[in-house]
Each structure stands twice: as structure tokens, then as C-alpha cells.
Design a protein around this ligand. Sequence first.
Ligand code: MF3
Ligand code: CO
Length: 256
Amino acid sequence: MIQKTPAEIVLIKKACEITRDALIYAKTLVKEGVSTYELDKSIEKFIIDSGGSPACLGYEGYPAATCISVNDMVVHGIPSKDIVLQKGDIVSIDIVVAYKGYHGDAARTYPVGEISAEKEKLVKVTKECFFKGIENLRIGDRLGKLSHAIQTHAESNGFSVVRELSGHGIGRRMHEAPSVLNYGKETDGPAISENAVLAIEPMINAGKKEIGMLSDGWGIVTRDGKPSAHYENTVLFTRNGLEILTLEKDDEYYSR
Ligand code: MF3
Ligand code: CO
């Protein structure tokens, strides 16, 4: 596991602050009648005005600044003028910001107006999966402790965990070792190093775990057409515990 230097951590933290602020801004734009293309363009401008750059744009040929995935889209939705938010939708917005060569990565799933009880529970449980995963997690622990806790929480609520996609180390590159699985045995995976930085990102389906890919080569959708949610933060592991670098300051986590 890559250990970051103090100087690198300063830059990663700045990238993460811009990522967090871009998501907070994005939330204010989520409304019935707005296309995911318009959301993407506004978020892109926000990132650039904040001194960062949108790292997804051009990454392995990806054509937009952000990934925006509605309802049964799991992740990697390409923003489009043809995808217009409707009341009752859930919209997952995934943002990666580069700042002076370092990256921050986070995602949230937001409701559009009133949503069904099933979607409400899915969004809540997906966020809880992240927090159950990091509960009592410290350097030296196997990454499987996190993975197992995420899977257990999702499945005990009747939901399923996407297998083909995972979290990842992050820093100079958007995707670094190790893979951060959202399922598995507690004893699996590498031990967490001091000053490791990981993007932890449960992707949870309301129905079955199977996914498919759209013909655009990016969009991932559930096979059964049921909704999916995504919640992601970039996390720094230190001797004194972990720091969630992309978390909103008013999140209830900070008032535990
Ligand atoms: N945030 C995504 C991830 O963690 C990155 C989207 S893929 C990209 O994998 F091509 F859009 F960058
Ligand atoms: Co990520």
C-alpha cells in the first residue's frame, strides 16, 4: 500500500476539499427538469473556478467532467442532454478533482423531490455501509474488515453488493493499488498502512447484484432494472485514526 508523504497529503487534502465543495454545490443544482449534461457543465466550471481540474475528463477517453448515474445506473453515467431529472429519481454524482498532480474522489446519491420508500432506504443504507465499513478501522487491520462490514450491512438490509467495481488507492494517480472491495472475508486483503489514502465507495443495488454495460462503453446499469446507489469518500489513515477528507463539515458523523 502506497504511503503518502506529509507534502503529498497537503495536496491531496486540497484536492479533496474541492471535490467535497463541488458535491455540495452539485446538490443545490439537483432539481426536476435539469439534464445531467447541464449538471456536468456547471460542476466542471465550479471545479476550475476553485483551482482544480476535472480528472475524469479524458481519463481513458471518458468524455465528461463528472459521472452522473440516475436510478438503475450504478456508476459511470455519461452526462447527457437527453437525461432529464424527474421527480422520484435518485441521481449519483461522482467527482474526481486533480490539484497540483494529486487527486480527491467522492460521490453522493441525491434524491429528486420525493422518492419511494425503497429508494429512501437504499440511499440511507448505502451511506451507512461506508460508515459501518470504517467503524473501528485502523492501520494494521486487514482491508477485508472494511469489505466484510460493508457487505454484511448491505445484505442484512436485503440489498446486494456490485462485485465488478471497487474502491481504490488514490494520490498521484486516480486509481492506485490496492482494490478496496465492498465484499469479502474479514481476514482477506492487505494490512492498512500508515499514511495510506483510499477511496472507499460502496455501490449497492436494491435488487440483484448483476450489472451490465451500456453500448457507450461506460454506463453501468443493474440487470434487473432496480435502482442502485453510490456513496464515496477519500480517506487518510494515520496513527491517530482515520480522516475522511471529502466529508461535508455538517455531516452528522462530526457530531458523534
Ligand atoms: N470516480 C470513479 C472511480 O472511482 C472514476 C470514474 S471513471 C472516469 O472509478 F473515467 F470517469 F474517470
Ligand atoms: Co473512486
